[in-house]
Design a protein around this ligand. Structure first.
Ligand SMILES: NC(=O)c1ccc[n+]([C@@H]2O[C@H](COP(=O)([O-])OP(=O)(O)OC[C@H]3O[C@@H](n4cnc5c(N)ncnc54)[C@H](O)[C@@H]3O)[C@@H](O)[C@H]2O)c1
Length: 361
């Protein structure tokens, strides 16, 4: 089979100081494609609204001048792409993914950055557009490929902590960074769909991350269809979890990214009730952030796109985790439990702002 032809939408800048105003995630996608065995893929085209960014990206990645664009519609029309990597901010993910999936020159697969999109309705429409047009859609929830999480999942599946009761996550926010955590929680729980969700948020200080509003603090509780429960704390409530992620079973606890000083720089530890203290686990130098996770995620996505099989970053697990996020904001809006499926298609946080129910300064 000829190498798959890869194109990029949203090359971004290359920055030494990645931040929420320009991380240049396309560069990390490119690094992952480059790490694939020779002959698997070929990076042939790229597009950014800022031509200089696309030119610089092309230069770094061996993309010919003819493959540089400032309009992705033109890029799709002129190039026969097999895979399109989308690394723009979330406010334009839906428009780009839907237009790409419906294009007469549509690719086999679209690998899009997380979070999915800024409203629940857009998230669903992206997935539907891809399904209706036979395009595989994946999201960059790369962390599940990391050793701290892979090893924790194996411990859970092996019964080390008995029957899994609850998965927990602590992070800065529910949506932007939190998107990873809801994906990880579903992975660890062995079930991605929630039955119900309850949550409360505080949004008193303006917080825009990659162009999107995020609450300052949240506490949320939910139950998956398999009976495992979930808890998430963000902002000052992230401290409650005491680690990046935690799995609690009838017979023990596993912490991924533990924050306790006794973890001594280890990124995974567990404790079995009645059998002494915490045991630190070596993760071969991998923290909860990497390295190597995006390389594994993209390799899995490309291989499964080629083979026509499922991959772990397929849109459905992203959709289920994202539904919980929007449901938490909706729960805060309605002051009650939200039964799934989530019906309102808007972004309840933005709606609360627009109605003055939250007034971030
Ligand atoms: N997976 C991760 O761990 C991780 C880490 C950081 C950021 N992210 C996500 O990556 C995404 C991208 O963020 P970033 O900061 O890397 O982006 P960036 O600002 O570095 O680059 C985005 C680029 O998209 C371009 N763009 C916007 N609309 C476009 C359009 N219609 N056509 C072509 N180009 C367009 C912009 O000009 C910009 O150069 C965000 O959704 C962010 O949440 C993911």
């Amino acid at each position: 089979m000829a190498p798959l032809r890869v194109g990029f939408i949203g090359t971004g800048p290359l920055t030494d100081h990645p931040s929420a105003t320009g991380y240049g995630m396309a560069n990390q996608h490119a690094t992952a494609y480059k790490a694939m065995p020779e002959g698997e893929i070929e990076m042939v085209a790229c597009c950014d609204l800022y031509r200089d960014r696309a030119v610089a990206f092309a230069g770094r990645n061996g993309i010919p001048e003819a493959g540089i664009y400032t309009c992705y519609h033109e890029m799709l029309a002129k190039e026969s792409l097999d895979i399109v990597s989308v690394a723009t901010w979330p406010d334009v993910h839906a428009e780009i993914v839907i237009s790409t999936a419906r294009h007469k020159n549509r690719p086999m697969g679209i690998y899009c950055e997380k979070p999915m999109a800024n409203t629940w309705g857009e998230c669903k429409r992206m997935v539907t557009a891809c399904e209706q047009n036979g395009v595989k859609l994946g999201f960059d929830h790369q962390r599940r490929y990391g050793k701290p999480f892979r090893l924790a999942k194996k411990m859970i599946d092996d019964g080390l902590i008995g029957k899994l009761v609850r998965v927990e996550a602590g992070a800065g926010d529910l949506f932007e960074y939190g998107s990873h955590n809801f994906n990880l929680s579903g992975y660890l729980a062995g079930c991605t769909k929630a039955k119900w969700v309850i949550g409360q948020i505080d949004y008193s200080q303006w917080k825009i991350v990659f162009g999107t509003h995020n609450e300052n603090t949240a506490m949320a509780y939910w139950e998956y269809e398999n009976g495992v429960q979930g808890f998430a704390g963000t902002g000052r409530c992230a401290e409650i979890v005491g680690s990046h992620n935690r799995a609690i079973g009838t017979e023990g606890i596993i912490e991924m990214g533990p924050r306790a000083p006794e973890a001594k720089g280890y990124h995974l530890r567990y404790r079995v009730f009645g059998k002494g203290g915490w045991e630190n686990v070596d993760t071969d130098g991998e923290s909860v952030h990497g390295p190597g996770f995006i390389e594994r995620a993209i390799a899995d996505f490309v291989a499964s796109t080629k083979a026509g099989t499922a991959s772990e970053v397929d849109a459905h697990s992203a959709l289920d985790g994202t539904e919980i996020i929007f449901a938490i904001w909706h729960s805060s809006r309605t002051h009650g439990i939200v039964k799934m499926p989530l019906i309102p298609e808007d972004n309840a946080l933005v709606d609360m702002m627009q109605r003055g129910a939250v007034q971030p300064r």
